[in-house]
Write a protein that binds this ligand. Structure first.
Ligand code: MF3
Ligand code: CO
Length: 248
């Protein structure tokens, strides 16, 4: 069942999303060579707690940290730790937090110093694909129009869309119905309505779409070792144009 939110509930969700977006803003300036992924996680946790937010990932199915930090060929769910960022790396940071009973969720992939042309293109195309998907999150469209728009943009650029992980409804729970694949035919699935709140999150590989999970049972990497990027916004479905809740 898809839980529709009232305007009052969307206002609460907006608060959670704002804190998550602010946490990303705080990070943006601090990410540089020499920083460890564990340091990033500590900054994020401290920021969330100081802003009255509760980390949504910590303890979720036993996940041990506040953020996910996925470097280079890591697709999603990289666990923060001792890894030191190097010039030329790309790092996806995923942050979720609860404020007043609602969960905001946002991921962004950042370049560390100067990165390769390929990495620059991957970041640009994946961010563009996120916005192509968001353009479809309007009243009257069907659910699969989102994933179709994402896939089309990604594949035109010669990249591939990860199939094993999907976007999701979001609200009082981090993961609500519906699941939102980042691929597929247009015109299928439920019709989008006012009151639906969605986390749209394309994961894009520079090479093949296949992935595998490391022995830590969390870190997802590309099967072929190619670079991967992840961008996510939490949005509210509106007539004509979606409202991006994780935008400052
Ligand atoms: N943004 C991710 C998601 O929507 C983050 C989940 S990480 C987990 O599923 F550790 F909480 F699982
Ligand atoms: Co998410």
């Amino acid at each position: 069942m898809i839980v529709l939110k009232s305007e009052a509930e969307i206002a609460l969700l907006r608060q959670a999303c704002r804190v998550v977006a602010q946490a990303h803003d705080m990070l943006r300036e601090r990410l540089r060579p020499g920083v460890t992924t564990g340091q990033i996680d500590a900054w994020v946790e401290e920021f969330l707690l100081r802003h009255g937010a509760r980390p949504a990932f910590k303890g979720y199915r036993g996940y041990p940290a506040t953020s996910c930090t996925s470097v280079n060929d890591e697709v999603v769910h990289g666990i923060p730790g001792e890894r030191v960022l190097q010039e030329g790396d790309i790092i996806a940071v995923d942050i979720g937090a609860f404020v007043d009973g609602f969960c905001g969720d946002m991921a962004w992939t950042y370049p560390i110093g100067a990165v390769s042309e390929l990495a620059q293109k991957l970041l640009r195309v994946t961010e563009e694909a996120l916005y192509k998907g968001i353009e479809q999150a309007i009243v009257g469209r069907r659910l699969s129009d989102i994933g179709h728009a994402i896939q089309q943009h990604v594949e035109e650029a010669g990249f591939s869309v990860v199939r094993d992980f999907v976007g999701h409804g979001i609200g009082r729970a981090m993961h609500e119905e519906p699941q939102i694949p980042n691929y597929g035919p247009p015109g299928r699935g439920v019709r989008l309505k006012e009151g639906m709140t969605l986390a749209i999150e394309p994961m894009v590989n520079a090479g093949d779409w296949r992935v595998r999970v490391l022995e830590d049972n969390w870190t997802v990497v590309t099967a072929d070792g190619s670079l991967s990027a992840h961008f996510e916004h939490t949005v509210a479905v509106r007539p004509g144009q979606a409202e991006i809740l994780t935008l400052l």
